[in-house]
Design a protein around this ligand. Structure first.
Ligand code: AMP
Ligand code: GLY
Length: 429
């Protein structure tokens, strides 16, 4: 098989690394890839959001399978463009990608299908209407931009003053771009978050192992939201009873709903959950794998990813093929100085070889660039230092030993990834 992977972050490096282990795979291209992917696949400089460019690329390369990492090409319709030409692709349809592309679309779908989610207070097209709706609400209140905002579109407002400020920035000074032209207000849910991702061919589905992301930039969940500062996976995140409840009250009705509404979903469906006192509720859908979640997930895969995904694209997914390694995996993201605000770039990275020499460690690259024999930083999230272990504690010890060996000017990472794991374990049944 010749495989084309679209994207260039840690998630795509993780996919490439796992695909490369398949005896079926003879060639991998990655568009555009990054400094780490370059050592494992042929990278092609491409704008991954531009569908006509991707069509032209695939026309030239004739891959046997295309796998799409990020949301932009999906929301722009790459899935339909490839499928209408008969080219196998792991990508939900443009309509299905609206589950991530429009929070209002997702909310309305959840209602129609009777799936538990936060109560919505309203949808607003002007700041005047949104501001007027604030009076009489219980705080905190969650404000969400309807459209894609590169991870900056959700604000949990603790009081009216900060809510007003966010509404002004979204709707009056357009700081979020066009994604912020419409806002949705909803109830704030309390509990632990969980990333529950399934693969589906539109008819059959299989859950991936559960993961938990860490979205805030600093330890103790302080500071602004980021794309994700680290993730871990262990089956203990989801005790059997809770897993059954998630499948019955959320996953099954979602799958049935998509089918009954004629929405073709072939790909990864990410369900962001809040485990509340009154049961699991949907926070959000993403139409793709999460990042850094994907980096933790591939470490536990005990199956041929190329085989499973090519069967998915053919509409013959076999859920029983997805076998998982027991134990745990942890991914710690190393970020550039200043991230998630304005950050420094083009800093030399040292210690990568030493880190990867440690048993059970893989360093996935996100924002990196090769420059001669060196690797330099080229983005906010730079590396995903990832390790597997027989337990969360062991994987943590390994991952932090590896991270300590890597150096670049301004590097920072959270020291408390998976610190809540003990609590989850204690609460498990
Ligand atoms: P989203 O962009 O929808 O993934 O939201 C980003 C983050 O905002 C989530 O991971 C949660 O931490 C938080 N969030 C979103 N919706 C809610 C809600 N209704 N209640 C509490 N937190 C929320
Ligand atoms: N880690 C969350 C996301 O990929 O959106």
């Amino acid at each position: 098989m010749k495989v084309l992977v679209i994207g260039g972050g840690g998630r795509e490096h993780a996919l490439v690394w796992k695909l490369k282990q398949s005896p079926r795979v003879e060639k991998i291209w990655c568009a555009p890839g990054n400094g780490g992917i370059e050592t494992e696949a042929e990278c092609l400089p491409t704008d991954p959001a531009d569908v006509p460019t991707l069509v032209a690329l695939a026309e030239r390369l004739s891959p046997d399978l295309t796998i799409v990492g990020p949301e932009l090409p999906l929301v722009n319709g790459v899935g339909d463009a490839f499928r209408s030409r008969g080219w196998p692709i792991v990508a939900p349809s443009q309509q299905a990608a609206q589950l991530e592309g429009s929070k209002v679309f997702a909310k309305e779908f959840l209602w129609r299908q009777g799936i538990p989610t936060a109560r919505m207070y309203g949808v607003f097209d002007t700041s005047r209407d949104a501001l007027a709706a604030l009076s009489g609400l219980n705080w905190p209140v969650v404000i969400k931009a309807d459209g894609l905002c590169a991870g900056k579109g959700v604000f949990v407002a603790q009081d009216a003053a900060s809510a007003e400020d966010f509404i002004h920035r979204a709707m009056d000074t357009n700081e979020l771009g066009s994604g912020g032209n419409r806002l949705l207000l909803e109830e704030a849910l309390e509990g632990e978050e969980l990333s529950f991702i399934v693969v589906t061919d539109g008819q059959h589905y299989a859950p991936l192992v559960p993961t938990r992301d860490h979205k805030r930039v600093f330890d103790g969940n302080r500071g602004p939201n980021t794309g994700g500062m680290g993730a871990y996976s262990t089956d203990e995140l989801l005790p059997p009873k809770l897993r059954q409840q998630v499948l019955e009250s959320i996953v099954e009705p979602t799958m049935r709903g998509l089918a009954s509404e004629g929405i073709l979903y072939q790909g990864f469906l990410y369900i962001g959950l809040m485990l509340t006192a009154s049961g699991p509720k949907v926070l959000e859908f993403n139409c793709r794998l999460g990042d850094p979640e994907a980096q933790a997930i591939v470490m536990r895969m005990d199956f041929d990813l190329a085989q499973v995904l090519s069967e998915l694209a053919a509409g013959i997914l076999e859920p029983a093929r997805l076998k998982w390694k027991p134990g745990a995996s942890v991914c710690v993201v190393m970020a550039s100085g200043g991230y998630p605000s304005k950050f420094a770039s083009k800093k030399k990275i040292d210690g990568l070889t030493d880190a990867e020499r440690i048993n059970g460690v893989k360093v996935f690259h996100a924002g990196t660039l090769r420059q001669g024999a060196s690797t330099i930083t080229n983005g906010g999230r730079v590396l995903g230092v990832t390790a597997a272990g027989t337990s969360v504690e062991r994987a943590l010890a390994t991952v932090y030993e590896a991270a300590a060996k890597i150096h670049f000017d301004g590097a920072h990472y959270r020291k408390d990834i998976a610190a809540s794991a003990g609590r989850v374990h204690a609460a498990g049944d």
